[in-house]
Design a binder for this molecule. Structure first.
Ligand SMILES: Cc1cc2nc3c(=O)[nH]c(=O)nc-3n(C[C@H](O)[C@H](O)[C@H](O)COP(=O)(O)OP(=O)(O)OC[C@H]3O[C@@H](n4cnc5c(N)ncnc54)[C@H](O)[C@@H]3O)c2cc1C
Length: 382
């Protein structure tokens, strides 16, 4: 079995930074990447810029050059990650997908199409936005309009002159709505289940990220009212534009639900100019129509579901306890919705959900936990 002292799976920012630091600690490391370096960033929509300010977005050991400006573009991030590989001399093996990891006596066995690799350490850095997820709305599959996930959106060109409904008021949904307006869509609506917290990306030259850092030790019972006042002063009251004030505070949502506020890059203005209309959340589809909560019916040409992506933590879906070679072993599978336990597993448990455990007879697919709540600091298995 070929091997390396450590394998890092995924050549995104997390995997590359980990590999660089392992290299610095003289741990022989290879990165295994199913696609190419910075694959996720290469696929993001064209107008995307980091919402974290350049000087707080560096990975360890290499700064972004000043020529990228304050907000680094998507292509700037891709170029930076390519330079990062060179700068640290990181060994990346591209087009190698890790399909399964098994615990071995002295380390781990990684199953890839090219054979099994052995190592002492494995770091899984396959990404928080690993798998696009569209809610299973009733009637969804029979919708006669166009339906895509936000991760497939690149630019507004295909939507020029069309009525578009963007679903989801995360940062991606908010920015796609603005992009569509600027790109000439005939009408743009944004559907939300929960009114979002909104902060300007920067206020008087101070990036929202800096304010967030300053408030990171502030208890939510103090920070939430401060953030509410800030939102009222900087963003204003958007209820007459269909977006009421959020019921819960900014810090509470970040800490409890891992939901970051919209770092606004234009949605607020577009709402105030009535270029984007905020509407209630989607309840179901009916032929060419989308039925919203409380009953309104729309007939958009296209629906862009800027709904959550599932992190790879969930696609390391299940630790499967099975008897293998006379001892208990743990298998971690990296590919979602695919059968994961080839051993005589009788029980699977989602790697990130605290209490859900499901019975999975050997040979049937592992069931997926509904709406996993992200947890921090559990991104890697080593
Ligand atoms: C639209 C958007 C904007 C963002 N903006 C910011 C920002 O401004 N500032 C910020 O700090 N963060 C931002 N983030 C969050 C985060 O920093 C990025 O998503 C970042 O790319 C995450 O890095 P990662 O290495 O964890 O995952 P990824 O960049 O997704 O890298 C994971 C890699 O693993 C590979 N992979 C997956 N499965 C396998 C497998 N089985 N075998 C081998 N390889 C595999 C993938 O091909 C991919 O290359 C943003 C995220 C999104 C979606």
């Amino acid at each position: 079995m070929q091997g390396s002292e450590a394998y890092v799976i995924g050549a995104g920012p997390a995997g590359l930074a980990t590999a660089a630091m392992l290299g610095r600690a003289a741990v022989g490391t290879q990165v295994l990447e199913r696609d190419q370096v910075a694959a996720t960033w290469r696929r993001h929509y064209n107008r995307l810029h980091l919402r974290t300010v350049r000087w707080l977005s560096n990975l360890p050991g290499l700064r972004f050059s000043r020529r990228h400006g304050r907000w680094v573009s998507r292509d700037g991030v891709v170029g930076y990650l390519e330079r990062y590989v060179e700068h640290h001399g990181i060994e990346v093996r591209t087009r190698v997908e890790v399909r399964r990891i098994d615990r071995e006596r002295d380390g781990w066995a990684l199953e890839t199409p090219a054979g099994t690799l052995g190592s002492r350490f494995v770091v899984v850095a396959t990404g928080y936005n690993h798998t696009a997820w569209i809610p299973d709305w009733p009637g969804r599959d029979d919708f006669t309009g166009e339906l895509i996930h936000g991760s497939e959106y690149r630019n507004p060109e295909p939507y020029r002159g069309r009525d578009v409904l963007v679903v989801g008021t995360g940062n991606t949904g908010a920015e796609i709505a603005v992009d569509l307006v600027e790109g000439g869509a005939a009408s743009v609506r944004i559907a939300m289940r929960t009114p979002p917290n909104i902060v300007l990306r920067e206020t008087n030259g101070i990036p929202a990220q800096v304010t967030g850092l300053l408030m990171r030790h502030t208890p939510a019972r103090l920070g939430d009212p401060i953030a509410r006042v800030m939102q009222r002063l900087t963003v204003g009251d958007l209820s007459e534009y269909g977006m009421p004030a959020p019921a819960e505070g900014n810090l509470t949502r970040v800490r409890r639900d891992d939901v970051v506020p919209i770092l606004d890059v234009g949605l607020v203005d577009a709402l105030k100019r009535r270029q984007v209309e905020a509407v209630p959340g989607v309840e179901r589809f009916d032929g060419s129509a989308v039925i919203l909560a409380d009953g309104p019916r729309l007939e958009p040409d296209a629906v862009i579901a800027a709904t959550a992506a599932r992190s790879s933590r969930w696609s390391i879906t299940s630790a499967c306890w099975g008897r293998r070679a006379g001892r208990w072993s743990t298998a971690l599978a990296l590919t979602p919705r695919r059968r994961v336990c080839t051993s005589s597993a009788t029980r699977t448990r989602s790697a990130g959900s605290s209490s859900r455990s499901v019975s999975t007879p050997a040979g049937s697919p592992a069931r997926w936990p509904s709406r996993p709540r992200p947890r921090r600091r559990r991104r890697s298995v080593a």
